[in-house]
Design a protein around this ligand. Structure first.
Ligand SMILES: Nc1nc2c(ncn2[C@@H]2O[C@H](COP(=O)(O)OP(=O)(O)OP(=O)(O)O)[C@@H](O)[C@H]2O)c(=O)[nH]1
Ligand SMILES: C=C(OP(=O)(O)O)C(=O)O
Length: 213
């Protein structure tokens, strides 16, 4: 039987989230951040290799809808992204020491469960591995096999740090939706072209009633 995964999804306090989209989204910024996280978590929970989704957040306005989708919510100690991820991973290991543990960015609104399953199946072959973002600069997924220390190095140019830390870079064809994180209006357009999840699509249709314009 294949290894099953606990995936940790970090969600920043909304007042500070998605600032690079502030101009493009105006009053819809926090709504978009929640919608994007909801689509990410929905796809995670629909992936057959995922046993549990653990959202780490300090924000009740994110915890509510993500918990309602079926994620377990763990409070964020508010000491930065990698501490949030280690906190979620420690929770996962306490509950299920036999599962592999991964970190997945919360801003993947086009995420497809089947593409995530391809990534998780490949990641199960290596002690430590990661998937670079669409620009080959950052990271969207980092994971470890059961029993291997979980040492995420997210933030900014994290692809190089994950490589330097000895994680195997997973270069898989056909996993664009796992690599397409959304930080800027151009990223959001690229995710729209891949196919947005329903929560994000609803917000984007308010933002851009005519996507061609
Ligand atoms: N729980 C938690 N999640 C975080 C934290 N910092 C970043 N994240 C999450 O990590 C991912 C990448 O975040 P960033 O790109 O740094 O921030 P962002 O809010 O998406 O965008 P910007 O404000 O434009 O930087 C997103 O899923 C964020 O929600 C943190 O301190 N705690
Ligand atoms: C946190 C990261 O990405 P971004 O800020 O681009 O979302 C990262 O890639 O490690």
């Amino acid at each position: 039987m294949s290894i099953r995964w606990s995936l940790v999804v970090p969600v920043k306090t909304l007042v500070a989230a998605k600032t690079r989209l502030a101009e493009a989204t105006g009053p819809h910024r926090t709504r978009l951040a929640v919608a994007v996280a909801c689509d990410t978590v929905s796809a995670v929970l629909a992936c057959p290799l995922v046993a549990r989704a653990i959202v780490v957040t300090a924000d009740p306005a994110a915890a509510g809808p993500l918990g309602a989708l079926g994620a377990e919510v763990v409070p964020d100690p508010d000491l930065g992204l990698n501490t949030a991820l280690r906190t979620g991973a420690a929770h996962a290991v306490r509950l299920e020491p036999g599962h592999a543990v991964g970190a997945l960015q919360a801003d993947l609104p086009a995420l497809r469960p089947a593409e995530l399953a391809e990534v998780l199946a490949a990641a199960a072959e290596f002690d430590q591995s990661f998937v670079p973002d669409a620009l080959d600069v950052g990271t969207t997924f980092y994971g470890v096999r059961p029993g291997v220390p979980f040492t995420p190095r997210f933030g900014g140019e994290s692809r190089a740090r994950h490589l330097a830390g000895g994680a195997k870079e997973l270069l898989l064809p056909g996993v664009d939706s796992v690599r397409r994180d959304v930080d800027t209006p151009d990223d959001l357009r690229a995710a729209l072209a891949l196919g947005l999840g329903r929560h994000t699509a609803a917000v984007v249709s308010d933002l851009w009633p005519d996507p061609a314009s």
